[in-house]
Write a protein that binds this ligand. Structure first.
Ligand code: AMP
Length: 220
C-alpha cells in the first residue's frame, strides 16, 4: 500500500503519518528529513540546500527528484507499505514518483489531504519545538513538552529556523502555488480523503482510519 499525505505546514500530517506507520507497519518516507540530514553531512548540495530551506523555498525539482529517486532506490521499497510525507511537492515530483512506482508494478493507493487555514498553520508552526536527540515533535500550545525546552528523553528542544513566522508565511505561499494543485490532479487518479485538520490529533487519526477502511484502501 502506498499513501501520500498532503497538507500545509502545521496541518499535523507528520504526526498522522507517524501514527499510520505505527498502526500498519508502514515505512514513513519523510523528504524533509532526508534534506535535513544532507545539510548536517557533507553533501555537495549542502550550501544550496541550507539557503533554500532557510528561506522557506522548495529544493529545486532537479535536485529534489535526483536525491529522492536515489534514496528510494537505496531503501529497497519492494513489498513495503509506504506513507509519503512531504513528497511529492510539485507536479514534476509526482510524475517521478508515479514512474518509480510503476517500475515496481505499484501505484499510489490513496491520498490523505489535511486542510487547515493559513493563520492556524502559522500559529501552530511557530509554536513547534523539536528534540535534537530523538526528533520527537512538540507544540507549545497543543502538545506541550513535559518541561519547557526539554524532551521526555532529556534532549534539548529546538525551534527550527524555517519554523519562524515570516518563513512559515512564505512556506504557505509556496505550498499553495506548488503543492496544493496536486490535490485536484490526484483526485482524478486515486482515492482522495479530505480531512479537516483543525481537530484533536486522536479524532483526526480515527477519521483517517475509518476513511481508509470505507474506501477499501485498508482491510480491517
Ligand atoms: P518539511 O520538513 O517537509 O517541511 O521540509 C523542510 C524543507 O525541506 C522544505 O521547506 C523544503 O525546503 C525542503 N523539502 C522537503 N521536502 C521537499 C520536496 N519534496 N521538494 C522540495 N523541497 C523539499
Amino acid at each position: 500500500m502506498n499513501l501520500i499525505i498532503l497538507g500545509p505546514q502545521g496541518s499535523g500530517k507528520g504526526t498522522q503519518a507517524q501514527l499510520l506507520s505505527e498502526k500498519y507497519g508502514m515505512l514513513n518516507f519523510e523528504s524533509g528529513e532526508i534534506f535535513r540530514e544532507m545539510v548536517k553531512g557533507d553533501s555537495p548540495y549542502k550550501e544550496q540546500l541550507m539557503a533554500t530551506m532557510n528561506k522557506g523555498e522548495l529544493v529545486p525539482d532537479q535536485i529534489a527528484n535526483s536525491v529522492i529517486e536515489d534514496y528510494l532506490k537505496k531503501i529497497n521499497v519492494n513489498n513495503k507499505s509506504i506513507i509519503f510525507d512531504g513528497f511529492p511537492r510539485s507536479l514534476s515530483q509526482l510524475k517521478m514518483l508515479e514512474e518509480f512506482l510503476l517500475s515496481k508494478g505499484e501505484k499510489i493507493d490513496g491520498v490523505i489531504n489535511i486542510e487547515i487555514s493559513e493563520d492556524e498553520s502559522v500559529k501552530r508552526i511557530s509554536s513547534r519545538r523539536i528534540c535534537e536527540r530523538d526528533g520527537r515533535t512538540y507544540n507549545l500550545i497543543t502538545n506541550p513538552p513535559p518541561t519547557p525546552d526539554r524532551c521526555v528523553c532529556g534532549g534539548n528542544l529546538i525551534h527550527r529556523d524555517d519554523d519562524k513566522e515570516e518563513i512559515v508565511r512564505k512556506r504557505s505561499q509556496v505550498y499553495k502555488s506548488r503543492t496544493e494543485p496536486l490535490v485536484a490532479i490526484l483526485s482524478g487518479k486515486t482515492k482522495l480523503i479530505n480531512i479537516n485538520g483543525e481537530k484533536p490529533i486522536e479524532d483526526i487519526h480515527k477519521q483517517i482510519l475509518e476513511e481508509l477502511t470505507k474506501r477499501n484502501i485498508v482491510h480491517e
